[in-house]
Design a protein around this ligand. Sequence first.
Ligand code: CP
Length: 305
Amino acid sequence: MKHCIDIKDFTVDEINELIATAEDIIENPVKYAHTCNGKKMATLFYEPSTRTRLSFEAAMYELGGVVLGFSEAASSSVSKGESVADTVRTVACYADIIVMRHPKEGAPLVASMKAGIPVINAGDGGHNHPTQTLTDLLTIKREKGGFSGLTIGICGDLKFGRTVHSLINAMSRYPDVSFVLISPEELCIPDYVKEETLIPKNIPFIETTSLDDAMPYLDILYMTRVQRERFFNEADYLRLKDTYILTPDKLKNAKPDLSIMHPLPRVNEISVAVDDDPRACYFRQVRYGKFIRMALILRLLEISV
Ligand code: CP
């Protein structure tokens, strides 16, 4: 049985197939409207979410299926101390596929070993967010036409930003990609990302604290939020949270075809004045998230169209 726990669960060919399906859904939505008739998806969200949960739910409804679940653990028997394993064994009696967000790293993996139905990781702690990465890849494909030869700047909280770790892993599997990793020293990319992905594959990367210096070289600027919920110390969060604020002025030296991405939610790191710049594609990115999740649901339920 196939699950989606880590972007590494998918080969490049499988990722390309998901992107191709998502693009076909965009072009031919009617063809997919009843493909999940009679199927149920459970969304088990132990942490807050807007985009991931609602895009999965919209995706399942658009495929003709239905959705059940909870959006906060407090409204379920988790609040009485029920384990992840018992929760998913219970939910598997009512649903065909589970989407889980959990603050503990590895919780969706545990769920996948106990559920007996496909499990999708919708974000586990500071670890992984594979469906955000699939969303990012579809966005890059739509905005840039492909993946090869791109210089990708990733800016902000590279330590706790779970979308960053998955994105680097995924993009490193395409030819001729390089990274500029822009962060305060305290929030730099973890060593394991460099040691497991960038260094063994000889992927060119530089680490810098200066967004201004990096800007002229970037094809993609992927901004991230400083992850307040992962900090142990509020004072450190307050000191670091506004290190980078993207404004129209900061974009003066950017390429005319730069793509500005952000997994959202944003706090202060992109000024709303940037939203009207045609290079800002973070709300298009939100929209693409629904289509790639539709493709993923079909793949994991082994439904061919
Ligand atoms: N990008 C993302 O995961 O957003 P939500 O936290 O709103 O789901």
